[in-house]
Design a binder for this molecule. Structure first.
Ligand code: ZN
Length: 222
């Protein structure tokens, strides 16, 4: 018999309704009435049984209602999932893609290349690892100890090391150091952030389900 308990007004947990797929198991962890009330929405968690125990592999939502199926989609929200309108999710995805594209375009600018080259030259001109470490800390490229910095950069070309740190979050300090315009970094970042905020606003959840982890749920007979 499945173990069930009420989590929200209309949400039941129901365990062990899974179908076995080799070492992967799919289990319904959340179940609720669909928005129109004639069917159900479910969250199914796929987990893997390994030698080290079970771990969450993935999850997906199921709309078991002919009327609601074309209208709704699922998005992760904290430890749970929200049921949202399909067109809202599409708008959200589009806005997030635009935000990503803004960051990608900025990171690909020739000016970023020039700044990184100047920073690399400054590092290479320093006489010792300790001096390079101090500069890395000053530029907020390293937050760990000197020993860790040594490990991070051992046998590693300065340019390759810097290339691995080519993120928007690192650029403002590097631009300020190398005589670039840090405001151009923050302007692009603000533009991307605004789009991400719009993306989040676009999702107007119809209902919230969760938590969706197998391990946050009651298990029967264990
Ligand atoms: Zn429905």
């Amino acid at each position: 018999m499945a173990h069930a308990r009420v989590i929200y007004d209309n949400v039941l947990y129901q365990m062990y309704e899974g179908l076995s797929m080799g070492s992967q198991e799919a289990v319904t962890v959340v179940r609720a009435a669909c928005p129109c009330g004639n069917g159900q929405v479910r969250i199914v968690v796929t987990y893997e049984d390994t030698d080290w125990g079970s771990r969450d592999h993935d999850w997906h939502g199921v709309v078991a209602c002919e009327r609601c199926k074309p209208l709704y989609a699922f998005v992760g929200a904290g430890r749970g999932a929200d049921v949202v309108h399909v067109e809202d999710k599409e708008l959200c995805d589009r806005l997030r893609d635009e935000a990503k594209a803004i960051r990608r375009r900025f990171l690909a600018l020739a000016e970023v290349e020039e700044v990184l080259e100047k920073v690399a030259a400054a590092f290479d001109a320093l006489p010792s690892v300790a001096a390079r470490y101090r500069l890395a800390v000053q530029l907020k490229l390293e937050t760990a100890t000197l020993a860790t910095f040594r490990r991070h950069t051992r046998d590693c070309d300065t340019r390759r090391w810097l290339a691995s740190l080519r993120h928007m979050s690192n650029l403002a300090a590097l631009f300020a150091f190398a005589g670039g315009d840090p405001a151009s970094v923050s302007a692009a970042e603000a533009q991307a952030d605004a789009l991400e905020a719009q993306a989040l606003d676009a999702l107007r959840p119809t209902m919230s389900l969760g938590p969706i982890s197998l391990f946050a749920s009651p298990r029967e007979g264990q």
